[in-house]
Design a protein around this ligand. Structure first.
Ligand code: WQD
Length: 344
């Protein structure tokens, strides 16, 4: 019988891509999402891509324990991939209570339900934001975490520690929980079918949706935050990773858990390409790929941005047997195809 994976936040950007890849790998998937930051567009897209109309979907808030417990009662869950969280860095600074309560309580409920239902594997979606402004680049999993720059970032650090502690405690108990935290760098792009992708509400905070919305005419002009950084072209450097490549890392991680290949009860992997790309380079490549001349201007640095951050993905490459494969051009073309699909 195939293993069953609960994807919390499975109707969102990364969750929907992960659902597709899990199903392609033969897993059964149960999706839970409160639709607070998305609608059903991507879930409908997932159904089209997979050709499956019967994916169990729970419109629940993971902050409500009773609802989470019901999912575990109705399904024998072998692994949970937890995405259900708020993710706007700036908003988290002005609304810390909202971020701490949502992001921590929802994860605690998942862990508690997992424990109460006999234990299972838990994969937490963490972020490279835990490295802050790293001194040595690229960052490995041993690079020390830095104090978080925002409450959002802090919830990622805190949830990593919660998972580590729960794994440790349950290792000697009846209901064992094993955990993996994947630290994502900058996920971008959309599924090659253009049926699912990033769907920001309001003005996008992240670079690529801002670029594609400017190209399609929804935004007047892209602001590039800072061209006076001590980098080659003066703009920030990031490790942009294709969302499908990222999704495949989740499949590799759950397979590692199911096949008993974990070397410790709690493991951490960097999920990046190892390739630094500057903001300006990305803008230029987008223009080449799309054939659209972008309106952009250089403005002051954005508060809280680090100058440069990219991954050393060697550990994930070796241990997960996974590697980011798509070129930045392919990924930008997919983001553009998705934006055009939305405009149809
Ligand atoms: C990338 C670069 C901006 C928008 C954030 C979170 C992180 C993670 C991913 C999210 C930066 C520049 C951006 C714009 C610009 N988690 N930029 N103009 O900040 O690296 O990471 O998203 O859930 O935790 O912090 O990503 O896409 O916002 O910015 O010049 O309109 O693009 O200054 O250098 P970031 P980003």
């Amino acid at each position: 019988m195939s293993k069953k994976v609960l994807v919390s936040g499975g109707a969102g950007y990364i969750g929907s891509h992960v659902t597709v890849e899990l199903m392609a790998a033969g897993y059964e998937v149960v999706v839970a999402d409160n639709l607070s930051n998305c609608d059903l567009t991507c879930f409908e897209g997932v159904k089209k891509i997979t050709g499956r109309d019967d994916i169990p979907f729970y419109q629940i808030d993971c902050c409500d324990y009773v609802s989470v417990d019901k999912v575990f009662t109705e399904h024998k869950i072998d692994a949970v991939i937890h995405f259900a969280a708020f993710k706007a860095v700036g908003e988290s600074v002005s609304e810390p209570i909202k971020y701490y309560s949502n992001n921590l309580v929802s994860f605690l409920n998942i862990l508690e339900a997992a424990k109460n239902h006999g234990g299972c594997n838990v994969l937490f979606s963490s972020s490279a934001t835990v490295y802050g402004e790293a001194k040595d680049l690229p960052v490995t999993e041993q690079t020390p975490r830095m104090p978080a720059m925002s409450p959002y970032g802090n919830t990622k650090t805190m949830c990593e520690d919660i998972l580590r502690d729960v794994v440790y405690a349950t290792s000697t108990q009846d209901a064992v929980i094993k955990g993996i935290a994947l630290r994502y760098f900058n996920p971008i792009g959309a599924h090659p079918s253009a049926l699912i992708g990033e769907l920001p509400r309001g003005v996008p905070n992240n670079l690529v949706p801002y670029i594609t919305q400017t190209a399609i005419g929804k935004r007047e002009c892209l602001s590039i935050f800072g061209n006076d950084y001590p980098t080659e072209d003066g703009t920030c450097l990031r490790d942009f990773i294709d969302v499908t490549d990222l999704a495949k890392a989740h499949v590799a991680a759950v397979a590692r858990m199911f096949e008993g290949r974990m070397k410790k009860g709690y493991e951490i992997f960097n999920v990046g390409t190892g390739r630094p790309v500057s903001v300006y380079e990305l803008v230029t490549k987008f223009e080449q790929v799309s054939g659209v001349k972008l309106d952009y201007k250089f403005v002051a640095r954005r508060e809280g941005d680090v100058m440069a951050l990219w991954a050393d993905p060697t550990f994930a490459n070796r241990e997960l047997g996974w590697k980011a494969e798509r070129t930045i051009e392919e990924t930008l073309a997919s983001a553009w195809a998705w934006e055009k699909h939305l405009a149809e």
